[in-house]
Design a protein around this ligand. Structure first.
Ligand code: NAD
Length: 330
């Protein structure tokens, strides 16, 4: 049975990936620091079935990384500090985990003879774009396009991974905003869903016209499996849903009200943008991945419905995280 190392596998996208890949017959070793964003509870059923071994540790710790790599040929590297708002108050932590941690993962993985390493980057390394779409080659070296401490750290990590990719089998994946089950309620969609479920309003920043390319996390997992088989080492790939028409935050909030059967007028409130210069629109060109053969099925409204249903059915999961998640906005 194939054994894969998944860093950050107790976080949001990591958990979705671990469920996906173990259902395909893999065993997963999850290396995770279990920060506020990581939950052992996410993986408990898989740990009980013997499909997942959880190692509680830091990707910056070379010894623990070495021992986690025992018998592993493939690595999916999700572990990161991932929240823009938090990065404004603790940029050093973001640099340490996202940049130094990624360098450590790459160094130790290739010292151990790993055959494929996929680094999860983000669309935020390109920054915002008014019209059109960023292709993979549009990323400039350094962090000049990125606009927050989070995205700057991810941009530097992306460069390091691409540099390793000149000599080692590294692939960089740059996904757009993910959503789906197990997303910590600090992030927009689970925050809004849980607000409505508690009878609270959705706070839309500014006029709510920002555009995010909402990508369902199980599709990111599917894309990673595809890249494990077909991805060409040394390459970066964009992955996005490319909705037509694009989905503004206002539309997303209205969909959630509709799905949950509450009044849009009562449940959406417009507030002054707390991060007025934050990126307005992300959009990626996905031709490189499409040409390679990956064409995900997309039905955003249905994916929103499925996500809402998960939060309705897993109230205990988000309720115990909600107060901490809200505290960062106060
Ligand atoms: N969520 C998105 O919309 C999105 C979009 C594009 C890219 N990404 C990238 O995907 C990856 C996963 O994002 P997510 O939303 O699942 O994040 P998340 O915050 O939900 O999970 C991150 C996980 O990493 C773990 N972690 C943090 N620091 C660690 C360390 N030093 N050592 C070991 N583990 C550590 C946390 O405990 C947590 O389990 C990140 O690299 C992120 O930058 C996310």
């Amino acid at each position: 049975m194939k054994k894969i190392l998944v860093t950050g596998g107790a976080g949001f996208i990591g958990t979705n990936f671990v469920y996906y890949i173990t259902a395909k017959g893999y065993n997963a070793v999850v290396l995770d620091k279990l920060t506020y964003a990581g939950g052992k509870d996410n993986l408990e059923p898989l740990i009980a079935e013997g499909k997942v071994k959880l190692i509680h540790g830091d990707i910056c710790d070379a010894d623990i990384v070495k021992s986690s790599l025992n018998g592993v040929e493939e690595v999916i590297h999700f572990a990161a500090e991932s929240h823009n708002t938090r990065s404004e108050t603790d940029p050093d932590l973001f640099y340490r985990t996202n940049v130094e941690g990624t360098r450590n993962m790459l160094e130790e993985s290739f010292r151990a003879g790993v055959k494929k390493f996929i680094h999860i980057s983000t669309d935020e390394v390109y920054g915002s774009i008014v019209n059109g779409y960023f292709a993979e080659d549009d990323k400039k070296q350094g962090d000049s396009q990125a606009t927050s401490a989070y995205s700057k750290s991810k941009s530097q990590a992306d460069d390091i991974a691409m540099e390793f990719g000149k000599n080692y089998p590294v692939i960089v994946l740059r996904p757009t905003n993910n959503f789906g089950p197990w997303q910590y309620p600090e992030k927009a969609l689970p925050r809004w869903i849980s607000n409505i479920l508690l009878g609270d309003k959705i706070p839309l920043w500014g006029e709510g016209l920002q555009v995010r390319d909402w990508l369902f996390a199980p599709l990111t997992a599917e894309c990673l499996e595809f890249l494990l088989q077909k991805g060409v080492p040394g390459n970066a790939y964009n992955v996005a849903a490319n909705h037509n028409p694009e989905i503004t935050n206002k539309t997303a909030a209205q969909w959630l009200c509709k799905i949950l059967g509450v009044s849009i007028e009562e449940y959406i409130e417009y507030i002054p943008d707390p991060r007025p210069n934050h990126d307005f629109r992300y959009a990626l060109n996905v031709q490189k991945l499409t040409k390679l053969g990956f064409k995900p099925a997309n039905d955003p409204f249905k994916q929103f419905e499925d996500t809402v249903e998960w939060y309705q059915q897993n109230e205990q999961w988000w309720k115990k995280r909600k107060d901490e998640a809200e505290s960062i906005y106060k």
